[in-house]
Write a protein that binds this ligand. Structure first.
Ligand SMILES: C[S@@+](CC[C@H](N)C(=O)[O-])C[C@H]1O[C@@H](n2cnc3c(N)ncnc32)[C@H](O)[C@@H]1O
Length: 304
């Protein structure tokens, strides 16, 4: 019966603005299913400013100018290339656990004649293939929610960052209403707060069987939360705000902003955003459904 309810919600959402986006989100709908990796990289590049907008009080673009930077989880490499091309970073390295992503970034850097300054390397879930203290700054956008164990990733990021350097990270928390990552099929918020991951997987797969127009990697197994071992939704690690705060032990927090859903939809200065901001200061378990994402700047202490 709960399967039918969930299936019905997803079916109804297809007739509303909450219908899914069909696939890769930055591209126009008609290109999503057919875009080449290079085109996906170009779409990321066109979207480069969105990352900086999450840090309204820090001049991140200026701070990375002239620096040697790491783009952790660089996707198709579009942002990585732009960090050098339009932000003036001295050089940029993108790391990805997938060879096709490394190849896409490498091709985009070549197309922009930046192969001497922008490089891509394969990493693993456990390690980043660079020496200690290699980078002046690290940027990472929508990645920390995907890594196998954020504690391990944050330790690796600390290791490859120079003392005094900054890590700029933006990521959603698992229990955020829009964090279920089912956007290719439905944008209905909070489904994972109401239905368990096993039920979501089963029902979503049934919908995908009937939707050959949505070409996404199918998931048949659920990953588990890296600490509790409980099943979580595909491609995610289940990290909550409290988990994140535990994982950054040793880092200095320069700023940590919780962006609420009204902040994203209406802007942080809107009246609704200001009135609802106290919701994000409640204990994490209550606050997280209202949090769209976290924008944090961490520094490796200069004396470390
Ligand atoms: C949502 S995409 C974001 C890509 C890119 N940062 C952007 O903003 O367009 C998440 C990326 O994280 C990568 N990823 C997952 N686990 C990772 C890990 N342990 N280390 C580095 N990247 C990882 C995925 O392969 C994927 O490309």
């Amino acid at each position: 019966m709960l399967d039918s309810l969930l299936s019905g919600i997803i079916a109804v959402s297809q007739k509303t603005p909450f219908r899914g986006r069909g696939g890769y989100t930055n591209l126009p709908k008609d290109r999503q299913q057919v875009a080449t990796p290079l085109e996906k990289g170009e779409a990321e590049a066109a979207d480069v400013d969105r990352f900086f907008q999450f840090f309204p009080s820090a001049p991140v673009r200026e701070e990375i100018a002239g620096k040697s930077i790491l783009d952790f989880g660089s996707g198709y490499g579009g942002r990585t290339v732009e960090y050098v091309r339009i932000c003036g970073a001295n050089d940029a390295c993108g790391v990805e656990p997938f060879q096709n992503a490394v190849d896409a970034g490498t091709a985009l850097a070549a197309k922009r004649s930046l192969s001497d300054k922008v490089h891509f390397k394969l990493c693993t879930q456990e390690s980043i293939p660079y020496e200690d203290r290699r980078f002046d700054a690290i940027l990472t956008f929508d990645v920390l929610e995907h890594v196998a164990d954020p504690r391990t990733s944050l330790q690796e990021l600390y290791r490859v960052l120079k003392p005094g350097g900054s890590l700029y990270a933006v990521f959603p928390v698992y229990r955020g209403a829009f964090s279920h990552h089912l956007d290719y099929l439905t944008l209905v918020p909070g489904l994972h707060l109401l239905f368990g991951p096993d039920r979501l997987l089963r029902v979503v797969n049934r919908h995908l069987d009937a939707r050959p127009d949505i070409i996404v990697g199918r998931h048949d197994r659920l990953p588990t939360h890296y600490k509790t071992g409980k099943p979580v939704l595909p491609m995610l690690n289940g990290m909550g705000l409290r988990d994140f705060k535990e994982a950054i032990e040793g880092w200095k927090v320069r700023s940590l902003t919780l962006n609420s859903i009204p902040d994203i939809v209406l802007g942080r200065r809107s009246l609704v955003s200001r009135l609802t901001r106290p919701l994000t200061t409640m204990p994490p378990v209550l606050a997280e459904p209202f949090v769209f994402n976290v924008a944090v700047i961490l520094t490796r202490p200069a004396e470390s």
